[in-house]
Design a protein. Structure first.
Lengths: 323, 161, 500
């Protein structure tokens, strides 16, 4: 009963594996990479893309991806910190969402315990309104928020995620009480997009790429992006241009276990750096539409610390984390 | 399973039914107790504690309903049950969980479950079953772990492959 | 309209190229092979097999996707019917009657009506996709949280069809499910409910874990406990292996009705596949001419939900292709597949790459056909599985049931939940509580709650919002009528009887 499907799955997959495997020399590095999420999600895709690029560029001989899903990465990081302590051949993918999830779930394990390696990618965030909305730009939205914050409904992803944090930051940046925002979390971008298109909510918050098609086709109006400078070739203004201090990005990074030696840390950092510079990685970024945001060493450690402090503050201000 | 293992005559207070009613009431209490710890902070409309309270009320009413049914003995007659095979399968499941939890790997864990279940259903050829189970789970492991790169828990046997 | 035909014809021409037919066949086969594993539904199947399609050109890879998708779904139904282990939540309704049929030696007709029904529904729904997509998506987007809540109310009223004889017992099961649905992080405020500090519980109870535990593990325990009573002898085939004339007669209407439920609800951004399958099951139970067979293996109860399941899958492609809205996990994986070729599904896709869109729609036809070609001859083989000696059969079922969980979430907590639900399923069988409402409660409860709370948050707490939306008001009206009508009819009947 098992043998017969397995054989054919095998035949089909074996040929692709053979095609994917890159001959040529590989170093002795044998890595284990944890994606603290179920197969298919963003972190899993990042981990599997790293696996592909690390092997294809000859940086590592083999990379094994393991999935430990649960609670925005809280389950994964706990297992990683406790189980991989001092192991210089393991890494874990993480990102913005984990910062909030750890704070909200009162996780006993924190990001301070892991050894930062590098930030890899980021995605710019956008606020959109339906095409027929009277709100034309960020200032209009700011005025509406200041007039009656409860009536301005924001649709976005899960509570405490990057979209939610951004809604609170927006309210704070325009001088409204972030605690009073009417943020409505939806499960998945699809459902919230429907609510925006149907005019059920005032505005929507999401990663730019997710709504790019709707913005181009004119069904949604983008009233601002969260990058520092205007994206090349784009006619969407940044919030900064419009006088609102709102800069945020949904980043993904990779970290190592606690308690590894400086040499081990250097080996991993070097491996990741080589991978980031490889053509295979660049090709993947292009395919997936990810923005390169490589930042390593102490600069990344500093960034991680700052981001953690900022997110925790915001979550406290909206009452998601008890101070 | 507090009631006896015999066929009960109808129209008698059903002890198992009373226990079920009690469990439902207990569940309702747990729900309310848990909901009290929630804060409906910074949300417009309905807070997170409303739904648990609604469900708890429903459970409480159903506890009463089940209690009345049990008192009247309105429960369908039950046939006797043999606890031995049930226990054997539960041992198998426990073994499976323990082996995976302790890092014994996928192959050993599923093989243990296979053998105990097979024994629960009356087979006594444990050695043959064990061989069948090991071969089968090894094949499954290879198919999924190697070919689909889906990581199944690895233990000593998996590392040999 | 003519344009649509021309475009579809062109798409067909692309899809029937021999290489593409081969891709469709491989896709359907791989999808079925992986999809039979409980807990590994179509979404994960597509995710796992995504790398396989990397090397193909966009057209070929989309066609293979379509095949994997349909294959994965059919695989889930096969296990639901044969070993009472629904591979995904959408095939749970199929397990209710399908497994009873299989045990009565009618597994062949059950699998056949499921395959043919899927084909019929998939074909109609794909035609719907081709012609109605732009119009349907306008309606779908108008569905707000309050309307979804009203839809859930309709669903809640109709699930009473799964209750069995005693309303108290049925409701008890439903409320156990609702309680399980509360476990985990509250979606709207991010607070943990009933998690008791266990991080693994924060994501809530996985529907497949519950369904597999209650159905498969529970059943194995129950059968084992009664072995000394009756040596249950399974006859794989009793009567015809194929559908008889009577089976056809009883199947075709449920197929069509199932499609009518599945396609539009699947097209709703938060519609899903579970609700239409249950609506279909309840409808068939109400309309059947053989009510005595329901619960013992009525073919209508397999034909309807299977058609609904397949039609809803085609429905989810409506928002995906027209808006770029991935409304199910599988659709999200499909989106990833599109993006791999630098394509962004959405309003522009129809205009920019009509060849691919119509090629995909055409390949859905082809994949559907392949599914039939591949599976009908295999029906005989599949039902032979039931001839495996009982100890090995059940041992195999348990290994099978647990490995889905081990593969998807290999944690001690998750496996313990699976075992715990197995014990729950055993006790519920023993004390004669119906199983299905537990799963229904787990699926519907959280959706109903979060949609109601979203609606109330948008209206700043004004419950009248539920009546102000015409869609919601209509649906609530339907729910009310469905709730009250049986009592009124009963009353009238009594009244008439008194007059006589």
């Amino acid at each position: 009963m098992f043998r017969f499907p397995a054989r054919l799955v095998g035949a089909a997959v074996a040929f692709t594996l053979a095609a994917a495997a890159n001959p040529g020399f590989a170093q002795q590095l044998e890595l284990k990479l944890m994606a603290p999420a179920a197969p298919g999600g963003g972190w899993d895709q990042t981990a599997r893309s790293m696996q592909q690029a690390l092997v294809a560029s000859g940086v590592a001989r083999s990379v094994q991806v393991t999935n430990v899903p649960g609670a925005g990465g809280s389950v994964g990081i706990a297992q990683f910190v406790n189980g991989a302590k001092g192991d210089g051949n393991q890494m874990m993918v993480n990102g913005f969402v984990m910062v909030g999830a750890l704070a909200m779930n009162k996780s006993p394990v924190t990001l301070e315990q892991v050894t930062p390696i590098a930030r890899l990618t980021e995605e710019i965030q956008v606020i959109v309104v339906p095409a027929n909305s009277p709100i034309k730009n960020a200032q209009d939205l700011a005025a509406a928020v200041k007039a009656d914050i409860a009536k301005v409904t924001f649709a976005g992803g899960s509570a405490g995620g990057v979209d939610h944090v951004m809604a609170a930051l927006f309210a704070g940046a325009v001088g409204a009480d972030a605690k009073k925002i009417n943020y409505i979390p939806f499960s998945g971008g699809g459902e919230s997009l429907a609510a925006i298109l149907g005019g059920k909510v005032t505005a929507g918050i999401s990663g730019l790429s997710e709504y790019e098609g709707q913005i181009k086709s004119g069904k949604l109006r983008a009233i601002g992006v969260t990058s520092e400078k205007r994206i090349a070739g784009s006619d969407i203004p940044t919030f900064k241009e419009q006088g609102i201090d709102l800069v945020i990005a949904n980043w993904r990074s990779v970290v190592a276990p606690p308690g590894i030696t400086p040499e081990q840390r250097k080996t991993l950092s070097d491996a990741v750096e080589k991978m980031v510079k490889s053509d295979a990685w660049k090709e993947i970024l292009k395919q997936k539409g990810w923005e390169d945001a490589y930042l390593s060493g102490d600069a990344f450690a500093e960034f991680l610390k700052k981001e953690t402090a900022r997110v925790t503050d915001v979550l406290k201000s909206v009452g998601l984390v008890k101070s | 399973m507090t009631s006896g293992d015999f066929v009960q005559p109808p129209r008698r207070v059903d002890r198992a039914g009373l226990v079920i009613a009690g469990l439902l009431a207990g569940l309702a209490v747990v729900l309310v107790w848990d909901a009290r710890g929630l804060q409906s902070a910074a949300m417009y409309g309905m807070g997170p504690e409303a739904m648990p309270v609604v469900v708890a009320s429903g459970l409480a009413l159903l506890a009463i309903g089940n209690f009345i049914d049990a008192l009247r003995g309105n429960l369908p007659a039950r046939e006797s049950a043999d606890p031995v095979p049930v226990a054997l399968i539960l041992v198998g499941l426990t073994l499976l969980i323990a082996i995976i939890g302790l890092g014994g790997g996928f192959i050993l864990a599923t093989a243990a479950l296979f053998v105990t279940t097979s024994a629960a259903f009356g087979r006594r050829a444990i050695l043959i079953d064990a061989i069948i189970a090991l071969v089968m789970s090894t094949l499954i492991y290879l198919a999924f772990d190697r070919l689909l790169t889906l990581s199944l828990p690895a233990g000593p046997l998996e590392r040999l492959l | 309209m003519m344009d649509t035909f021309a475009a579809l014809a062109h798409g067909m021409a692309v899809a029937v190229q021999p290489m593409n037919l081969l891709y469709a066949l491989i896709g359907v086969f791989l999808g079925t092979a992986v999809g039979v594993l409980p807990g590994i539904g179509p979404a994960l199947t597509v995710a796992l097999l995504l790398p396989v399609t990397y090397k193909l050109d966009p057209g070929g890879s989309l066609i293979m996707f379509a095949g994997i998708y349909y294959g994965g779904m059919y695989g889930g139904s096969t296990t639901a019917i044969l070993i009472n282990t629904p591979g995904e939540s959408a095939s749970m309704a199929t397990a209710l009657e399908g497994n009873k049929m299989a045990k009565a030696g009618r597994g062949g007709p059950a699998l056949a009506t499921s395959a043919i029904g899927s084909f019929v529904a998939g074909t109609i729904a794909t035609i719907g996709l081709a012609f109605l997509a732009p119009w349907l998506v306008d309606v779908a987007v108008r569905f707000g949280p309050e309307d979804y809540f009203a839809l859930m109310c309709v669903a809640f009223v109709t699930v009473s069809a799964t209750f069995g004889d005693s309303p108290v017992r049925g409701l008890t099961s439903l409320f156990i499910g609702l309680t399980l649905g509360l476990i985990g992080i509250d979606k709207l405020t991010g607070q943990a409910r009933l998690a008791f500090g266990v991080p693994e519980l924060l994501d809530g109870v996985e529907v497949t874990t519950l369904a597999v535990g209650l159905f498969a593990v529970g059943e194995a325990l129950y059968v084992a406990s009664r072995r000394h009573h009756t040596e249950e002898k399974l006859e794989p085939v009793r009567g015809s292996l194929w559908m008889t004339r009577e089976d056809w007669k009883r199947s075709w209407k449920p197929w069509l009705r199932g499609t009518m439920f599945g396609f539009p609800i699947g097209a709703l951004p938060a519609g899903g596949a579970e609700i239409p399958t249950f609506l279909s099951y309840s409808t068939e139970k109400r309309l059947t001419k053989h009510p005595e067979e329901f619960g013992k293996g009525a073919i209508e109860g397999v034909a309807g939900p299977e058609a609904a399941n397949n039609a809803s899958a085609a429905g989810t492609l409506v928002p995906l292709l027209t808006l770029g809205l991935p409304t199910s996990a599988t659709a999200a994986m499909m989106l990833a597949g599109f993006q791999q070729y630098g394509l962004n599904p959405g309003p522009l896709l129809f205009a920019e790459r009509p060849d691919l869109v119509w090629g995909l729609i055409a390949s859905l036809f082809i994949a559907n056909m392949m599914l039939l070609v591949l599976n009908l001859p295999l029906v005989g083989l599949w039902v032979r599985l039931l001839a495996i000696p009982q100890p090995w059969l059940y041992a195999g079922i348990l290994v099978f049931a647990t490995m889905g969980t081990i593969a998807a979430k290999p944690s001690v907590v998750e496996l313990s939940m699976l075992a715990g639900f197995g014990v729950l399923g055993f006790l519920m069988r023993r004390f004669d509580f119906p199983i299905a409402p537990v799963v229904v409660g787990l699926i519907l409860g959280p959706i109903a709650e979060s949609q109601l709370r979203r609606a109330l948050a948008i209206s700043l707490g004004d419950p009248l919002t539920l009546l102000q939306s015409p869609i919601s008001a209509t649906l609530l009206g339907i729910a009310l009528i469905a709730l009250v009508a049986p009592f009124v009819l009963k009353g009238l009947g009594r009244f008439k009887a008194n007059e006589d």
